[in-house]
Design a protein. Structure first.
Length: 200
């Protein structure tokens, strides 16, 4: 007997199918019929949970950022050494890009949609600001503890976000950096600019 899925499981089923379709054909070329076929549900079953293809896409965007925010919040909640937090965050995101090649590609699709759809652009800007705010909070903690140089935390957070986005973009187009050298070299450069010299 087929197990009855809960509403949340149905939603996940639809989102997984939609993500597969968007990655294969892009947002605009994907039809609701194709999402229904990929999910194994009827078109009516899709519309029972989502009013439109855009609503499905917005849910996928939110899902991507919720996962990232949850990890950042988890690292911050553990407390401890701020430099260790930054290293952990950098390692997590770069290793995630390498392990799941579809994730960087989907972020490119999100960026394309932001250029064409004002509502998606506004949503993306709000989520980006939330991401930057969290990183800035960690940097401010490091500055308050005397671990990091006192500079404009938000500007550095924007720079770090841009760095992560750039690495993500290289994975999206199929470039495969050597993670064993990329991570240590990147963190070394950043730390030389941010970390307080105990001898100074």
């Amino acid at each position: 007997m087929t197990r009855h899925l809960s509403p949340d499981e149905r939603i996940d089923q639809i989102l997984t199918a939609a993500r597969t379709c968007f990655l294969a054909k892009g947002y605009f070329a994907t039809k609701m019929d194709e999402i229904a076929r990929e999910s194994g549900l009827s078109k009516g079953g899709i519309y029972f949970h989502f009013a439109s293809k855009r609503e499905i896409f917005r849910s996928l965007v939110q899902q991507e950022y919720d996962a990232a925010m949850a990890f950042i919040d988890g690292v911050q909640a553990l407390g401890g050494d701020v430099i260790g937090m930054l290293v952990q965050l950098g390692e997590h995101f770069v290793e995630q890009f390498a392990a799941d090649r579809e994730q960087p590609r989907f972020m490119v699709i999100i960026g394309e949609m932001a250029l064409r759809d004002e509502a998606i652009q506004e949503m993306l800007l709000e989520l980006q600001q939330s991401y930057i705010d969290r990183i800035a909070t960690i940097l401010e903690l490091g500055m308050a503890q005397g671990q990091l140089r006192v500079v404009d935390a938000r500007s550095i957070a924007v720079m770090l976000k841009a760095l992560i986005d750039g690495i993500q973009a290289t994975f999206a187009v199929g470039f495969e950096p050597d993670l064993e050298t990329l991570l240590p070299a990147t963190m070394d450069i950043l730390m030389r600019g941010l970390v307080v010299d105990p001898k100074a």
